[in-house]
Design a binder for this molecule. Structure first.
Ligand SMILES: *[C@@H]1O[C@H](CO)[C@@H](O)[C@H](O)[C@H]1NC(C)=O
Ligand SMILES: *[C@@H]1O[C@H](CO)[C@@H](O)[C@H](O)[C@H]1NC(C)=O
Length: 300
């Protein structure tokens, strides 16, 4: 009986931790690029900031960040960052958040930047996630759900190819010296017109259709958002999952190949593991058992 009581106490603690949002998910952020990436994280309005809003991730490094229940926000990678030796200001060639420091502290990244977007525990208790090129592209990103309990099309998404070489010249962003393509703008960013921005007369799903330029992004990265109303093929859902977010999942490729993409996704899945919430699972089983016992006792 004492054992049952202590099991119940353990369950209660776990239950409180679950429902109070202390534990929800873990984001594991991995840099497989041949260069340093400075991830930036922006929490949505009304959701708490994460423990970090920006940090450096060297080639081969990964970092795990706990994410509270019902968190929403976005995550992106900043590239070619430097600290000015006279002013001490931190700036990045792509994805810069304008904070002058490594932490983004509530600011988003300047487009063009590939974005991973999340709404955890949204409608129907599902996590909604996507990788978006609506604000342009700066580096390949892959989002892989781990250990979820199903809940829809709970699969990997992202843009795993290097678009910096194939980017149409109208959208291309060169490095300061003009030697390298560092990013690829969205057509909205490049031209600013209602048709490409899905604004004005084009502000509804019926009027804003794919364009030549959004189709370029879509054919390169079929699972990523290529324009504002690209929801059907670009939004994914999962329940109670952790997420692995990888920059440059296929380091040496700059060409699209669905075969190698799938291999890479499989590789990425097997490379990483996560186990948040696992400590509570044994007590959930015990509690299920106790609940059944209690019901049986009551019936007697
Ligand atoms: C862009 O692509 C070129 C050619 O594929 C490559 O040499 C260069 O390192 C890439 N730059 C970035 C930032 O990915
Ligand atoms: C995934 O499921 C969501 C929710 O049902 C749906 O809106 C979305 O279109 C689906 N995504 C894909 C790529 O099929």
């Amino acid at each position: 009986m004492a054992k049952l009581h202590s099991s119940f106490a353990l369950f209660s603690i776990c239950h409180i931790l679950f429902t109070s949002g202390v534990f929800s998910a873990t984001f594991t952020i991995v840099n497989q690029c041949s260069y340093t990436v400075w991830p930036g994280i922006l929490s949505g309005a009304g959701t708490p900031p994460l423990s970090s809003t920006g940090f450096a991730l060297q080639t081969g490094e990964s970092t795990a960040i706990p994410v509270p229940t019902a968190w929403s926000g976005r995550l992106w990678g900043r590239t070619f960052c430097t600290i000015d030796s006279t002013t001490g200001k931190f700036t990045c060639a792509t994805g810069d958040c304008g904070s002058s420091t490594i932490q983004c502290s509530g600011s988003g990244g300047a487009p063009p930047a590939t974005l991973a977007e999340f709404t955890l525990n949204g409608a129907g208790g599902l996590d909604f996630y996507d990788v978006s090129l609506v604000d342009g592209y700066n580096l390949p990103m892959l989002v892989v759900p781990q250990g979820g309990t199903g809940g829809g099309n709970c699969t990997a998404t992202g843009c795993v190819v290097d678009l910096n070489g194939s980017c149409p010249s109208e959208l291309r962003v060169m490095s300061d010296g003009g030697a390298e393509n560092v990013a690829c703008k969205s057509a909205c960013d490049a031209f600013g017109d209602p048709q490409h921005c899905c604004s004005g007369a084009y502000a509804t799903p019926d009027t804003c259709k794919p364009t030549y330029f959004s189709e370029y992004f879509k054919s390169a990265c079929p699972r990523a958002y290529s324009y504002a109303y690209d929801d059907g093929s670009s939004t994914f859902t999962c329940a109670s999952a952790d997420y692995v977010i990888t920059f440059c999942p296929t380091p040496a490729t700059s060409q699209k190949s669905s075969g190698s993409q799938q291999n890479q996704e499989a590789t990425t899945v097997s490379l990483v593991s996560s186990g948040s919430n696992l400590t509570c699972i044994p007590s959930l089983f015990i509690t299920g058992f106790i609940a059944i016992l209690a019901i049986v006792w009551r019936l007697w």
